[in-house]
Ligand binder design. Structure first.
Ligand SMILES: Cc1cc2nc3c(=O)[nH]c(=O)nc-3n(C[C@H](O)[C@H](O)[C@H](O)COP(=O)(O)O)c2cc1C
Length: 167
């Protein structure tokens, strides 16, 4: 990369600016011969309606990365308000009370109480720097229309409050 193309910010500034984008919170889950595995993630997006595709971005150093490669399948569980402890557990703050948290649906671990769940098979992998984008083809979905999503912004959890419809 030439001198002119070097970024003029450091890693901390980049991380903080990324954090300014308010998101929901998900737990990615999959199952391999070693058992079920979950990982908290907010790098999730809807991609395509037809065919139904979603994408997640996994750190190449995460255990989830190798497990999704091994299984070729993953679920995205959108967490509801009040599930902060679940987000922390699957972000590395182990909570023994959540050791048997998942239930099994369509051969994938699913988070009880999630706002919505997308069960996918991996359709495409895109190497992107220190992460890999896993594009998943949605085979099953579940949704609780009454549950409110948990939010995440600038390193903290938040709850939804209506600000009016877009005009
Ligand atoms: C709110 C939140 C969002 C996160 N989003 C992601 C993400 O999108 N991708 C990712 O690779 N890690 C993300 N992480 C970090 C992982 O959850 C964390 O590194 C986890 O311990 C990795 O688990 P594993 O190595 O056991 O799979 C996030 C953490 C938090 C708290």
């Amino acid at each position: 990369m030439s001198e002119a193309q070097k970024p003029d910010f450091d890693a901390r500034a980049l991380r903080d600016a990324f954090g300014a984008f308010a998101t929901g919170v998900t737990v990615i889950s999959t199952s391999t011969e070693e058992g079920d595995h979950g990982m908290t993630a907010n790098a999730f997006m809807s991609v395509s309606l037809d065919p139904p595709l979603i994408a997640i971005s996994l750190d190449r150093k995460s255990r989830m990365h190798e497990k999704v490669r091994a299984s070729g399948r993953y679920a995205v569980n959108i967490l509801a308000q009040g599930m902060e402890h679940v987000a922390m557990h699957f972000a590395g703050r182990h909570n023994p009370e959540l050791a048997n948290f998942f239930v099994n649906h369509h051969h994938l671990p699913v988070a009880p109480g999630a706002v919505a769940v997308f069960l996918t098979e991996v359709a495409q992998e895109v190497e992107a720097g220190d992460h890999t984008l896993f594009i998943g083809r949605v085979l099953h979905l579940e949704r609780d229309p009454k549950a409110a999503p948990l939010l995440f912004s600038s390193g903290s959890f938040h709850v939804l409050s209506a600000a009016g419809a877009p005009s």
